[in-house]
Structure formats: structure tokens, C-alpha cells
Ligand binder design. Structure first.
Ligand code: NAD
Ligand code: UGA
Length: 480
């Protein structure tokens, strides 16, 4: 098994593969890193001269790519060539929730991972270390190993689990100063050699004491558990936000008060319109599916509630808009500030904005969206995708007729300017916490809106005192 790594391949040039490999290449000039993808457009964008066109918007990423690209960082569509050359191959392909068949709406779809394993086995001519970077159900390494060994012409393969903990929007910072790097592997001699080879890569910039090594299954399960715990904190504070709205308590004050208890901690207690992103929901549903698989229904129900509460929170926000606007938004102009699932990213997967928009569209609202980083086509694609792939147990309009593509195109308008989106609007819904929203000329916005001028701040970032003094009818999360 290779013990010294000079060539790395990464399959999957997405939000994880791109930034993680760019940082490895930047920090390890002696290692050649090749990131491959079957998506030709994505690879072309990674190779674009204009670094503002990179497929992933992430603060600090253009600088990292500029430092390493062409030196020891390469983006290519030659998947087989990269596999053949590398001693260590990362799999950073997507693992979405299955939308059909066994485990539909719950289990992770591992077809891309399986395809990678088959391709590695087919083209490898030397022993390799294969690293799971994608988030996977516990014991997936076993399946990967079986495929590699059955198809791999007698070569030796070692599978490591090295889950990624970066958050979008802060990916580069997270990769530079990881709280920890987790590497799981086999306990035998080859397994330990493989683990050490990967430890040596990270040790180029991560302090040794932050690199922890475990058994394979612990590493795989730690990733799902970390995301489940993080999401659970948000659902917990969001549950309390509903109670705050009924009682006159203020959820931000409650979060601050409990967060100062060092056993609870202050981070990840920001109440919101609901968590989004490609992973929290997917990973919890995956955990729930695993628990059912191992006949642990009570454990499954416990974790599923985190997702159900999140559905409820998004639904509650949409309902509050409709209720406040005299029980109908039909034909009314609603401005959406933000579409991305959080600030500082162009990623919209599972963004709360999509679900809130969907509920308002069912009431025939006219939605005018402004997001500093999201393109119009993405917004239409998100709404169209939801009509086809709605989770049946979710809170939103599951029993209603899907909205047609034509209706979406005629009711949703995308603006390049926030002020035109808000001009003459009946209400503003703030869905993403982009910093620029705080600094708008709110007096001018108020003048240009229909009265009463409603603002629904789904992120609690606007200045409540200022906006109410200007005359806005402001609704925040978890504030009576
Ligand atoms: P993504 O969809 O942005 O990227 C995956 C890429 O893999 C796509 O570009 C796709 O074309 C490519 N791909 C799929 N099959 C391929 C194949 N056979 N050969 C070559 N390329 C192939 O996904 P992502 O957000 O980067 O997530 C990847 C994995 O990392 C997931 O398992 C996810 O759960 C996990 N993860 C994501 C994040 C995050 O912040 N997005 C953080 C931690 C972990
Ligand atoms: C999350 C985890 O934070 C990462 O550690 C993990 O690697 C990643 O998932 C993954 O596995 O994909 P990410 O989804 O990129 O990262 O972003 P987060 O900062 O976790 O935010 C997720 C969602 O929760 C966002 O919609 C955000 O607005 C929301 N959120 C977050 C809140 O509503 N309140 C909070 O206090 C924190």
C-alpha cells in the first residue's frame, strides 16, 4: 500500500471536492492534485481565467485557486487518467436522498459512489488508497471494499473514511483551521499505513493533535452524528421561537441566556426560518433510515422529529405572511431578499426560500426575488424540482396540485437590484442573512412600498427599532 503520497486524484469537483483539494494543493506544493468530474461545464468553469466565474462562490477561494492552479492543482474531465496516476483517490461525489425505489425519500443514493468504486477497480494498475470524502451511511466502506476487491485484478486497496466538516460560506477558513480532521481506517498493518499516509498530508498545515484517527465505522457514523446534532440545535431553538411568539419572550434573548452556559455553548443557536443546505436534512433522513434498518424505531423517530420541526418552521413563516396580509397573498407583490440557503454562498439546495415561495405560490402570490449570488435559472429550477420531488411527509403543500412550469415562470420574477424587487411591494420576506440587507436605505424602501408595509425578517438581522420607527409592520422570528 502506498505510504508516501505525491499524487492525489479527487472524483467530484463540487462544493466539497473543489475547495478541499484547492487547499490541499496550496498547502502541499509537493503533491500533485487532480480534481476530475464528468460534468464538463463544471470543469471548464474551474479552469476559467476569470476567477469570479468559479462554479463555487466561496470567500477566499479564488486566491487559493490562483496560487495552486497550473502548479500542482489541475481540473480535468479525464477521470480514468487521474485514477491511474494517483496513489490516493478521494471520492467527493454527491450522495443525495433517493427519489425512487427502496428507501425513497430517506436513504442516501449511493449510485455515484458505487460507480466511482467500479471505475477505480477497472483502471487501477497499482495498489491504491481510496478515501471516502462524501458523507456516507455507516458501513459503506464495506461495500466499496467488496467492489474494489471483486473487480480489482488482485490489487490491494485500502478504504479510509475522511468526512468533511466544512460549512459553505466559510469553507476556506474551516479548511485552514479545522476544529479536527477525522480519519477512520482498518486496524491491520496496511490499514495503519494508509491512515498514516493521509495523516501526513494533513499534517502539512493541521496541528497533529487535531488529527484524530478511529475505526472506519466510528468515522462514518461521526459525520452523520455531527450533522444531526448541529441540526438538532437549530430545531430546538426554532421550537422555542414558536413559544416565544405566543408568550412575548424574545428568542434571541433566550438563546443568549442559555448559550452562556458553557455546557450548552453559544454557537448554532440562531433561530431562523429553518435550516437549509444540501446536507442536514439528507443526512438526518439517512440516519433515520439506518435506524429503521437496524430495527431501532424509537431512535429513528427521535431524529426524524428534527426534520419535521424544520418543515414546521418553514411552513409557519409562510403561514404568518399569508395570515398577516389579511389571509390572502393572491396577486400581491412579495419581495424576497435572498434565495441562497445561507449568506456567502451561491448554493440554494434545500433553501428555506424555496419552500416559503412554494407555499405563497400556491396562494398565487407574485414573488420578486433578489439574491446577490443566485442566478434566475437556478431559482426557477429549484421551484420546478420541488414540484416533482416533494417529500410526502413534509408540512408544506403536499396535498395540493403541483404548480406548473408556466405558472412559476409567470408568477416569479428575478431582479438584479434589490430596490426594484421591493418597489411597490405589499411585503418583504427576508430569507437569507446577506450582510448587505442590513445597510439598505430602509426609509426609501418604506416610501416605495404599499401600506401597511410588512417586513418578515426570517433571519432576525434587521434593526427592529429603526424599522418600526420608520413605520414598517415588522415580524421577526421568535419575537412576540
Ligand atoms: P456536488 O453535487 O456539489 O458535487 C459532486 C460532483 O460529483 C458533481 O459535480 C458531479 O458531477 C460529480 N460526480 C458524480 N458522479 C461522478 C462520477 N462517477 N465521476 C466523476 N464525477 C462525478 O456535491 P457536494 O456538495 O460537493 O457534496 C459531495 C459530498 O460531500 C456529499 O456526500 C455531501 O454530503 C458531502 N458534504 C458536503 C458538504 C457541503 O458543504 N456541500 C460538506 C460536507 C460534506
Ligand atoms: C453544515 C455543517 O455546519 C458542516 O459542518 C457540514 O460539513 C456540512 O453541513 C455538510 O455536511 O454539508 P452548511 O450546511 O454548509 O454546513 O452550513 P451551516 O452553517 O451549517 O448552515 C446550515 C443551515 O442552518 C443554513 O440554512 C443556516 O442558515 C442554518 N442555521 C445555522 C440556522 O438557522 N441557525 C444557526 O444557528 C446556524
Amino acid at each position: 500500500i502506498p505510504s508516501k503520497i505525491t499524487k492525489i486524484a479527487c472524483i467530484g469537483a463540487g462544493y466539497v471536492g473543489g475547495p478541499t483539494m484547492a487547499v490541499i494543493a496550496q498547502q502541499c506544493p509537493h503533491i500533485q492534485v487532480t480534481v476530475v468530474d464528468i460534468n464538463e461545464k463544471r470543469i471548464a468553469d474551474w479552469n476559467a481565467d476569470d476567477l469570479s466565474q468559479l462554479p463555487v462562490y466561496e470567500p477566499g477561494l479564488p486566491e487559493v485557486v490562483a496560487a495552486a492552479r497550473g502548479r500542482n492543482l489541475f481540473f480535468s474531465t479525464d477521470v480514468e487518467g487521474a485514477i491511474r496516476d494517483a496513489q490516493m483517490i478521494f471520492m467527493a461525489v454527491n450522495t443525495p436522498t433517493k427519489t425512487f425505489g427502496v428507501g425513497k425519500g430517506m436513504a442516501a443514493d449511493l449510485k455515484f459512489v458505487e460507480l466511482c468504486a467500479r471505475q477505480i477497480a477497472k483502471v487501477a494498475t497499482e495498489d491504491k488508497i481510496v478515501v471516502e470524502k462524501s458523507t456516507l451511511p455507516v458501513r459503506t466502506a464495506e461495500s466499496i471494499k467488496t467492489i474494489l476487491e471483486s473487480e480489482g485484478n488482485g490489487l490491494t486497496f485500502r478504504v479510509l473514511s475522511n468526512p468533511e466538516f466544512l460549512a459553505e460560506g466559510t469553507a476556506i477558513e474551516d479548511l485552514y483551521k479545522s476544529d479536527r480532521v477525522l480519519i477512520g481506517g482498518d486496524e491491520d498493518a496496511d490499514g495503519q499505513t494508509a491512515i498514516q499516509a493521509l495523516v501526513d498530508v494533513y499534517a502539512n498545515w493541521i496541528p497533529r493533535e487535531k488529527i484524530i484517527t478511529t475505526r472506519l465505522w466510528s468515522s462514518e457514523l461521526s459525520k452523520l452524528t455531527a450533522n444531526a446534532f448541529l441540526a438538532q440545535r437549530i430545531s430546538s431553538i426554532n421550537a422555542i421561537s414558536a413559544l416565544c411568539e405566543q408568550t412575548g419572550a424574545d428568542v434571541d434573548e433566550v438563546a443568549r441566556a442559555i448559550g452562556m452556559d458553557s455546557r450548552i455553548g453559544a454557537k448554532f443557536l440562531k433561530s431562523s426560518v429553518g435550516f437549509g443546505g444540501s446536507c442536514f436534512q439528507k443526512d438526518i433522513l439517512n440516519l433515520v433510515y439506518l435506524c429503521h434498518h437496524f430495527n431501532l424505531p424509537q431512535v429513528a423517530d427521535y431524529w426524524e422529529q428534527v426534520v419535521m420541526l424544520n418543515d414546521y418552521q418553514k411552513h409557519r413563516f409562510a403561514k404568518r405572511i399569508i395570515d398577516s396580509l389579511f389571509n390572502t397573498v393572491s396577486g400581491k407583490k412579495i419581495a424576497f431578499l435572498g434565495w441562497a440557503f445561507k449568506k456567502d454562498t451561491n448554493d440554494t439546495r434545500e433553501s428555506a426560500a424555496i419552500y416559503v415561495a412554494d407555499e405563497l405560490l400556491h396562494d398565487r402570490a407574485e414573488i420578486h426575488v433578489y439574491d446577490p449570488q443566485v442566478k434566475a435559472e437556478q431559482i426557477y429550477a429549484d421551484l420546478e424540482y420541488l414540484q416533482k420531488h416533494r417529500r410526502t411527509n413534509s408540512h408544506s403543500c403536499s396535498e395540493q396540485e403541483p404548480i406548473t412550469v408556466d405558472e412559476i415562470r409567470s408568477l416569479v420574477h428575478v431582479h438584479n437590484d434589490a430596490y426594484t424587487a421591493m418597489d411597490n411591494a405589499h411585503a418583504i420576506a427576508l430569507l437569507t442573512e446577506w450582510d448587505e440587507f442590513k445597510h439598505y436605505d430602509w426609509a426609501a424602501v418604506y416610501q416605495a412600498m404599499k401600506k401597511p408595509a410588512f417586513v418578515f425578517d426570517g433571519r432576525n438581522i434587521l434593526d427592529r427599532k429603526q424599522l418600526t420607527e420608520l413605520g414598517f409592520n415588522l415580524h421577526s422570528i421568535g419575537k412576540g
